[in-house]
Design a protein around this ligand. Structure first.
Ligand code: SF4
Ligand code: SF4
Length: 340
């Protein structure tokens, strides 16, 4: 049997029951369950002069290295050998940045501050919780590759296979490499936590908010100065809006490395008075309008319905869409008319 045929035979047929990774990922996202145990803090660690300094550059280099060299940053059949993400952007937010507390008003009271999430981790490890001013959030943006963007841009109905795999395998990869970083830090005696892989994380419908999670990677990326929001609610960064974002909290003082624009829509043509709405024309269910921008509920219904499509056609247990984030002027960078 040829190698290709063997791969095809391994392609799962009934992903609603056989895509264990996908099912676990979905339960984790909705209920905060099924993740590996949190790494424990090494309270007896005594620093060695040979230890690398855990500064901003260490985090930038480490995250770049994970995306460049980690074996899990890769697609499954039929795209074996292709990387899921290109070189990331990395930014930092101080734990006492007033915007993080303000998110309780902007996003909703359910949204955690870094201190709240770190208090949980400190209690787990039997140590006093640090002050908010001793914490930082590390935020990163993982750009989606050219092949995946081209595939999705060519679609007008449902998401492409590469995009669907990016949603599933990319998320699992992100959680894996962040966990590796958290484990390393905890082993070196530094409290650290990724909020989205704790039992405190659950996605649900909140009053006056709609579907939301208690920790928004996207809002963290805005706070870190990595991008601003578009009509489609995706974050438009210098590498565009086709990406996945992630973040975690550390008990270290890291300095912000980017200027955050005051205008949360600074990189969107339409919001800046340049007629565009290309994202609206890409949406198959009219979930984006000039008057109301992004209708989260309408979008959610469509995205949830895609689970069946992805299962039947791509043999994985995941939902996704992202049509409005591809084939647009903000797909791969800040629109030319807004570049300074
Ligand atoms: S497609 Fe145009 S209107 Fe839509 S988010 Fe991008 S820049 Fe803004
Ligand atoms: S992600 Fe939502 S808003 Fe964007 S095209 Fe899909 S359904 Fe429409």
């Amino acid at each position: 049997m040829g190698a290709r045929r063997k791969m095809e035979d391994r392609y799962r047929k009934f992903s609603f029951v056989t895509d264990i990774g996908g099912i676990k990922s979905a339960i984790g996202e909705m209920k905060g369950k099924g993740f590996p145990k949190q790494p424990l803090l090494n309270k007896d660690y005594s620093p060695s002069p040979n230890d690398p300094v855990l500064d901003e550059q260490w985090f930038v280099d480490t995250i770049k290295d994970k995306l460049a060299n980690h074996p899990d940053n890769s697609f499954e059949y039929p795209f074996f050998g292709e990387r899921i993400f290109d070189e990331p952007l990395v930014g930092f937010i101080r734990g006492d940045d007033p915007l993080l507390a303000e998110y309780k008003n902007i996003i909703g009271p359910h949204h955690f501050t870094p201190l709240e999430i770190m208090q949980w981790q400190a209690e787990n490890n039997g140590v006093p919780a640090p002050e908010a001013s001793d914490l930082s959030v590390v935020s990163f943006v993982m750009p989606i590759t050219r092949n995946t963007k081209d595939d999705n841009a060519a679609r007008t109905d449902w998401t492409s296979e590469r995009w669907a795999q990016t949603r599933l395998l990319g998320e699992i990869f992100s959680q894996t490499f962040v966990r590796e970083i958290i484990t390393h830090l905890m082993d070196k005696g530094v409290l650290a936590i990724a909020p989205d892989v704790t039992p405190m994380f659950n996605k649900k419908r909140y009053p006056n908010v709609g579907w939301a999670s208690p920790w928004s990677h996207r809002h963290m990326a805005y706070a870190a100065g990595l991008g601003t929001f578009g009509m489609h609610d995706f974050l438009i960064t210098e590498k565009g809006c086709s990406h996945r974002v992630g973040s975690f909290v550390v008990n270290l003082k890291l300095e912000p490395n980017r200027q955050r624009p005051d205008d949360i829509h600074a990189n969107c043509l339409q919001y800046q008075g340049v007629p565009c709405m290309k994202c609206k024309s890409r949406c198959p269910v009219d979930a984006i309008t000039e008057k109301d921008a992004h209708d989260k509920e309408k979008c959610y219904q469509r995205v949830a319905a895609s689970t069946k499509y992805c299962n039947k056609n791509y043999h994985i247990f995941i939902y996704g869409c992202g049509l409005c984030a591809t084939g647009t002027p903000c797909e791969s960078g800040i629109p030319v008319a807004l570049q300074k």
